[in-house]
Design a protein around this ligand. Structure first.
Ligand SMILES: Cc1ncc(COP(=O)(O)O)c(C=O)c1O
Length: 473
């Protein structure tokens, strides 16, 4: 039973020109809210006194409406405890569910519970919640009135400095804090880039297979996405040049190609940078999980080799902290700072101040570096345990690739099988999988499933899930 009081402040003024007298307008509003299920049995409604004040009417008008609702059994006065919607009352008609248009395909699949193998999630059980809570409480206590006003549009200066330092040390990127722009995630980052540097009709290379939101974003910007195939060395730059030499930009995931997890080789990096410098094109480096490499040290970012100021570096806290935080950043070339400041001032309200303050403290006090180190070790273990558990059950039917980095495994299906159909069956069974073919533009990828391993605790759990998948094959 809900004890929420429906605040009088939410009630719109009545219509003085309506045919119905005021008491009846109030009566009808409550009756319709109860009938549609918006007000549920047990919900508290405003007291007659509060509503009198809120609507500026006489107390008698409100009491007449409430008396009518009481007489018809819609509400019950409970003395000191207030007036509530009668418990056990059945709504007459279900409130219309709030849904998106049925014909619109969901841009990304987001189940409402955390599912085994769910893509894009770090190990949620291993996040240092106690430390986070302590820092959060401290940041709230330290809040000054100015911290409750609008946040700085480009990001908290202290956080921009922490990020610049972290990128210098960990990713080899030499940048000033002024080049770091805080955003609410990859999509927001791309939106800023699109507004600052792209025009409708521009050609943009994207990896094929590649991260589906990139495709959606480019389509929304009315840019022409040019699919560029990927092999064991990452995006085949020569094919991009052959297909669209005059493209305005290229979006790449050099550390672990999304979703094949291969690294962009050094010769390809050089070729990409040369092409961009020669044709004055932009490179968007999506470094969404570059920290998580298990067989050797993380590779330096492509941005660290950017001598001509062509690379825009997109980083995110979604993988190294958690995606619910909605905090990411963009590093722009020095010469583009003024342009991005202008665009950000139009498009951005500034990320939440309190969240940024907590992240600043988390980085500054060493928790961030420690957390990443711990996760690197944990993910290497979970990757191997998940692969071993799945192999023990599915090894004869499927090939399981364990990539050198990243957060997911690739399960290769026999030629001719539909990965989309199997992914749909796995989802219907309460687990999660993505079909590799859904990540391709040309639709010619061999069938495979993408399964995140970061939340699979051990080999035993993986084998049990493998059994479930086996039944669906
Ligand atoms: C390829 C790729 N880029 C970027 C992101 C980060 O997105 P966001 O910062 O919006 O969480 C993800 C997250 O899953 C990703 O897989």
């Amino acid at each position: 039973m809900s004890t929420d009081q429906h605040q009088p402040g939410t009630i719109a003024p009545l219509d003085p020109a309506a045919r119905e007298p005021y008491y009846r307008q109030i009566y009808l509003r409550f009756r319709s809210a109860i009938g549609s299920g918006l007000l549920k049995p047990g919900d508290r409604i405003p007291s007659a006194r509060a509503l009198t004040k809120e609507l500026g009417l006489s107390r008698g008008t409100i009491e007449t409406a409430y008396a009518l609702l009481t007489a018809e059994g819609y509400i019950q006065p409970r003395g000191q405890a207030g007036t509530i919607v009668t418990p056990g009352l059945k709504p007459q008609a279900e409130a219309a569910p709030v849904t998106s248009r049925p014909e619109a395909p969901p841009p990304s699949y987001r189940p409402d519970t955390v599912r085994p193998f769910q893509m894009g999630l770090p190990a949620l059980d291993a996040f240092p919640r106690k430390i986070w809570a302590r820092l959060g409480a401290r940041c709230i206590r330290a809040m000054q009135p100015i911290d409750m006003a609008h946040p700085p549009v480009l990001g908290l200066p202290a956080l921009r400095t922490e990020i610049a330092t972290y990128l210098q040390v960990s990713r080899g990127i030499d940048c000033r804090p002024a080049q770091v722009f805080l955003t609410s995630g990859y999509r927001h980052t791309m939106e800023l880039i699109g507004h600052a540097l792209l025009q409708p009709g521009d050609q943009v290379w994207m990896e094929d297979p590649g991260y589906p939101p990139t495709r959606e974003l480019l389509a929304h910007m009315r840019a022409e996405a040019i699919p560029v195939p990927v092999d064991g060395d990452g995006m085949i730059v020569a094919e991009g040049i052959a297909a669209a030499p005059g493209a305005r930009a290229a979006v790449v995931t050099p550390a672990h190609q999304s979703p094949l997890c291969v690294a962009l080789s050094l010769p390809r990096r050089m070729a990409l940078l040369e092409w961009a410098a020669r044709s004055e094109a932009w490179i968007v480096e999506d470094d969404y999980d570059g920290e998580y490499r298990y067989i050797s040290r993380p590779l330096p970012a492509l941005k660290s080799m950017d001598r001509d100021g062509r690379v825009l570096y997109s980083g995110t806290f979604s993988k190294v902290l958690f995606p619910g935080i909605r905090l990411a950043y963009l590093v722009v070339p020095e010469a583009q700072v003024a342009r991005f400041e202008d665009v950000s001032r139009v498009l951005t309200g500034g990320p939440p101040q309190l969240t940024q303050a907590i992240v600043t403290a988390f980085i500054r006090e060493g928790h961030f570096a420690r957390h990443i180190q711990r996760m690197r070790k944990l993910y290497a273990e979970r990757r191997d345990a998940t692969a071993a558990g799945l192999r023990s059950v599915l090894g004869r039917q499927l090939r399981i690739d364990t990539p050198p980095g990243g957060m997911h495994l690739i399960l290769r299906l026999p030629e001719g099988q539909s990965d989309r159909a199997l992914a749909a069956r796995i989802r219907a069974d309460g687990m999660y999988a993505e079909a590799l073919s859904a990540w391709t533009v040309r639709g010619d990828s061999p069938p495979a499933l993408l399964l995140n391993f970061t939340n699979i605790e051990d080999e035993h759990a993986a084998a049990a899930l493998g059994e479930r998948i086996s039944k669906l094959l």
